[in-house]
Design a protein. Sequence first.
Length: 338
Amino acid sequence: MIRMKSCHLNSENLTMLASIRPYLIAICLMLYAQVKAYAAIEESVVRLDTASGTLEGTLLVPEAKPSMPVVLLVAGSGPTDRNGNQPGLHHNALLLLAQGLAQYGIASLRYDKRGVGQSISAATKEEDLRFEHYVTDVRDWITWLGRDKRFGKMTLLGHSEGALLGMLAAQRSRVAQVVLIGSPGRAASDVLERQLAEQPVEIQTLAFPVLKQLRQGRRVATVNPAIVALFRPSVQPYLLSWFKYDPANEIAKLKVPVLVLQGTNDLQVSAEDAALLEIANPEATVIMMEGMNHILKLSVPDRAQNWNTYNQPELPVMPELVNLVARFVIQSGRLGNQ
């Protein structure tokens, strides 16, 4: 596992590079030299028809040569839109990442998840929704992008829960490489168990028996009102479909180059998750991003200050992150000397 220190390149901090390992200096300087400030000549709204409705996204195509690389951005859990935002959380992480990649001549597609934003028509009844619906959406977008003759090699980039969706979709799709950012390294049921362990004993007493049955593939007909928001009967089919996937198992199945990027100040996913992914797929490149939080921005470990960044869309995503993703994409899954 590599630890990537901050390498913002400006007149004030170039001297800081002396404290960074030589290969990181090379990465920073090489990528800095490659930025050409491509003008985005096309930002178009695109649509994908599904069995339950239409998904909508944004295709960003920079001024670049034919057969340019393209990245499909897959958002994380919850009602997340194409820019990475949710109700009450406005940080534009995926929008900023797409714009950053465009500066390297890399096209991108990001989309509203089904039932969110302009993809509301594709909403599925809660009791009918399955994790596989989201995986199918990713695969369908891959197929859609593959028909566009402007693009060459395709990279699938998944953020948070979108990383697991990306792993599953990539197993049956033609993508050149996979980038996983802030990816859990354990099954959702294990993540939920850890979160519940931080709750009052009364909640644990009610929740753990329900979680145990769901892990065994059994629904629970009657749920205490205190935990019904989490385990209501109508959401249990989705949880069952989600719990059966372990990211560590799925990353091991990937046969294409994989880049795992994990922030050291991520409040939702830890270095332990990245380590589990690295163990499962030793061929993957795993890099710890010093100071990066879950929404790809420079932050501090303090929880309150970290959470404040979730509603600061003016904050940029970390340039080092964009640099690494761009190089991985442009050089077909390679980052040079490590």
